[in-house]
Design a protein around this ligand. Sequence first.
Ligand code: PLP
Length: 436
Amino acid sequence: TSIQELIDLDKKHFIHPTTAIEQQQADGPSFIFKEGKGIYLTDVTGRTVIDGMASLWNVNIGHGQEEMAEVAKEQMAKLAFTSSFATFSNEPAIRLAAKIASIAPGDLNAVFFTSGGSESNDTAIKLARHYWLLKGQPNRQKIISRSKSYHGVAMGATSATGLKPFRDFTNSIAPDFYHVDGSSIEELRKVIEQEGPETIAAFIAEPIQGAGGVNLPPEGYFKEVREICDEYGILMVTDEVITGFGRTGTYFGIEHFGVVPDMMCFAKGVTSGYAQLGGVVLNDKMHQDFIALSKGTLLHGYTYSGHPMACAVALKNIEIIERENLIENSKQRGEELLAGFKKLQSKHPIVGDVRALGLIGGISIVKDKQTGEGFETQLAPRLVAEAAKNGLICRSVTFDQDTLVFAPPLIITKAEVERMIEILDETFTAVEKEIL
Ligand code: PLP
C-alpha cells in the first residue's frame, strides 16, 4: 500500500478519537506511525520524532521493549484469555493484584480490574454508590469532582469530568454530579454543606491534573480534602490514571501529599500501553465491608477484568520500572526538565508559568508575562505543529487557556531532556519571529 492510499483509507474509514474531524478530513493524519524505540517514534515516511507525550501519558517504559513482546507471546500461547467472573481466577491476575497491593499507598490492598481509565473511574463511582447502599445510606449517591478534571469518556467518567466541553459533547449528562473549583477547599466545603453531606458518595480528583493543563494542587490541598472527607464520611477517590506508575517521580502521585485515599484508580502506566488494562484499588475497610455486608452478587464486571495476557504484561512492565529505577529517573530527569522550562521562561517573551513534577510538565503561553494575559487566538496548537516539524511531539491544552503539556517516557536520559529543551527553544524562537 502506498502512503497516499493509507491516507485516503484513514479519511474514509477511521473515525479518530478526540479529533477535530474537519481538520482530519482536510489534512489527513499528520503522522502514520509504524515503529517506536525508546523515546522515539518513526512514521511510514521514515521521519523520527521524540515522543514527548509518551504517546498518551502512558508509555512509561518507552517503545519497543522486546521483553514485553516475549511475555505477551508466552502468555497468549499458554492462555490468552479466560474469565475471572465469579469463582474463576488466573495466576497473572492474582499475582498482579498482590503486586499492586504491595506498591499502592497505605492500606489500599484489594484490586478490581478493568480495561482502561474510563472504566476504572466508572467502577469507582459505582462501587462508592453500591457501598453506601450496603451501609444503609441509599441517599449517598452524589459525586463531587473538580472543574478542570478529566476522568475519561464513559458515562460516569464523562459526568465526573470537569472540563465542560466533554460534557457538552452530548445534550444530556448523568444526574448527581457536581463540580468545584480545583484549588478552593472552601468551595468544596460549601457544596457539601449545601447539598447535604448525607447525600454525597465520593469526591474524586487527579493528584496532578493532566488533560486540564498539568495543574499542581495548592499547598496542603489534599490533606484538607482528606480531613473534609473524614469529617463528612465521604469516600475519597484519586484518579491516578496518568500519575500512577512513576510518572511524577513517586510510584503514585498522591504520595507527594502524604494522604491515602479510600479508592485509587489506575490504567495507562500499569502496562505502559503494551496492553489495555486498568483498575481500582480499594482500602481494607471498604473491602472488608463489601465482604461482610454483600447479600448477593457484586453485579459489576467487564469481560476483560483480570485479562491474563494484559496482567502478565503489566507484571513485566512493573518489573522493568523497578529494575531500571525508572521512578528515580523520573524524579531526576523531571528536575532537569523543569530547570530547562525555567531557562526557556527567562529567554522567551511568550513563556509564562512553567511547572513539572517528575516527568509531567506544562508551559503556559502568554502575551504579557506581568499580567498573565493570553493571546486572542491560542498559540499552543501552532507551537505543537512547529515542535513536531522540529522533531518533538507534545500536546496543546486550549480549553480556557493556552498551554503546552509534556510527559515523556520515564526512560528518557539527561541528554534527551536537553534535546527536548533545545527543540522547544528553536520552536519558540521561530513562532515569536512570526508574531512579535
Ligand atoms: N483519568 C485520567 C486522569 C486520564 O488522563 C484519562 C485519559 O487520559 C482517563 C481517566 C481515561 O482513561 P482511558 O482513556 O484509558 O479510558
